[in-house]
Every structure is written in structure tokens, then in C-alpha cells.
Design a protein around this ligand. Structure first.
Ligand SMILES: [Zn+2]
Length: 113
């Protein structure tokens, strides 16, 4: 198990395993957020935060919510709006630097909008 946390610590995550690979997405929002995504099934990530600790941003197609800490502004994760969709992503920049350094970085061109 590894942990990730935003800068102020209001949002913490317990994650089943360190990522082998993280994704740098060049879509319209990810390139502005400057994040590296580590994808997990929802049941492998436990988010430890007050229910209102994050701000959820829904872009164009409104099928995933990008969450950021309301206190320090760090992007923490995204999750699908549809609870049947089991995949989510954690911002790997919130993991310990040595965890991130051990992961390969894959670049993708995600959707615009
Ligand atoms: Zn924070």
C-alpha cells in the first residue's frame, strides 16, 4: 500500500499498490493541470477526506469529475460520474517522489473540449 496527499493534507489517499506506469495526458485540461495520472479500479483507492473537502470540475462532456483540494488547490484525482464505471485516476504527483520516480511515464493525446 502507498499513500498520496495534497499539499495541506486535507485530502489523503491510501492506494493498493505503487503504479508501474503513469500517464501524461496532453488533452485540453490535463496539460493545464500539469498532472500525471495513475489509473486504478475504484476499490483500490481509499480517499480519506471530509465529504466537502474537494471541488469537482466537470468539463465538456461531463462524464468525469476532476477533483481538487478546496484548501490548497492541488488536483487530487478524477472519478467517473457514472458509478458503474469502475476506473478512476489519482494524480501521481501527490505520491512520494521516489514512488513517482520508479514509474514509467507514458504520453497520450486525450480529447479536447
Ligand atoms: Zn489540500
Amino acid at each position: 500500500m502507498i499513500e498520496a496527499a495534497c499539499h495541506c493534507g486535507a485530502v489523503r489517499m491510501e492506494i493498493a499498490a505503487a503504479p508501474d506506469q503513469v500517464t501524461q495526458c496532453h488533452c485540453s485540461i490535463c496539460r493545464k493541470l500539469g498532472v500525471l495520472w495513475a489509473y486504478y479500479p475504484r476499490d483500490q483507492v481509499r480517499i480519506i477526506a471530509a465529504p466537502d473537502a474537494t471541488l469537482a470540475y466537470l468539463r465538456g462532456e461531463r462524464n468525469i469529475a476532476f477533483h481538487s483540494c478546496k484548501t490548497c488547490g492541488c488536483t487530487t484525482h478524477w472519478s467517473a460520474v457514472d458509478p458503474a464505471r469502475k476506473r478512476m485516476a489519482v494524480n501521481a504527483r501527490l505520491m512520494e517522489p521516489q514512488v513517482l520516480a520508479a514509474a514509467a511515464v507514458r504520453e497520450i493525446q486525450g480529447p479536447e473540449g
